[in-house]
Design a protein. Sequence first.
Length: 336
Amino acid sequence: MWTFLMCLLAAPAPATAPTGALSVKEAVIERFVASRETDSSVDGELKSKAVATVRDAARDEKTRQEAITAGLKLLSPEFDAALKKLAAEEVADARQLLTPLTQSKDPWLAAEAELFLARAMMVEGRFEEALPVIDGLIKSHTAETVRLGEAWFLKGKLEAGALKRDEATASLKKFLREFPAEPGRMQGEARATLVDLEEAESDLLSDIHTKMNFSERRLTLADSGRATQKVQDDVVALLDEMIEELEKKSSNCKGCKGSCSKPGGGGQGGAAPGMSSGTSQASQITERNAPRTPWVDLTERQNDPSVFNAAKSRVPVQYRGLVEQYYQSFGESRDK
């Protein structure tokens, strides 16, 4: 994720305007230049240098995306310092510097700060916190940014990470449809994410894996609140569904000879390893019908490895890695 976002810092979008006509981005840049030239609060020499820097960058379609950013870095030492921190992977420091800039009275500076703050939060895994930031840019500063396409791309990626799948699908499709001139790496990443979203809806294992990642991310951020617990409960239910489906397949194989293929099995009749046909493995793993068991209580889940071992032993071999990864995330999050 970090490498991809850093590539965006040096990934200007190509222009597609007809010869002789200003592209949308060029028109935005011209408005920015006009706003700086009429700003009496800026020193004349610094203003001239910033305007010249912006115009130089705007002439080349390879650097046009960075034109306003380059000008603002000269005009705002705080913004310049924030981007240096972000480039140095000092993301928390960058976030602290960018946050107040999003409230700037200068709409151009506020727009750039929102975009880069959303990037920083995405690197940190703060998808839910970043969404209002990128939404603010899209809703309030469309006229003050050349990065609207990137904003829609980030919005879709953040929504996907936050398990807002319908919203993510809509945002990424809008990005692909309305911003075809954005960098190819963003186009490819958007398409790949759409495939992942579709698989998570249709494939049980993909859904489980995605929600495990969500849970691990939120626990890393020390968030064990209701939303995180709800996703964990969903994982339990999905594991339940997976196991019940395996039991059905195993039951359907009754009477088969040794060549009968079993899910997770070793080719012999009967249930898969760790499972007994005709019993509810879901209740053995989740103990959902019992009073507040360690599986159901998030605090206990984090502190009782024996619960993990019991659950893992009852899951077919090829799925134990998923359960192991899920439980492991609790311990890792607690140690950080």
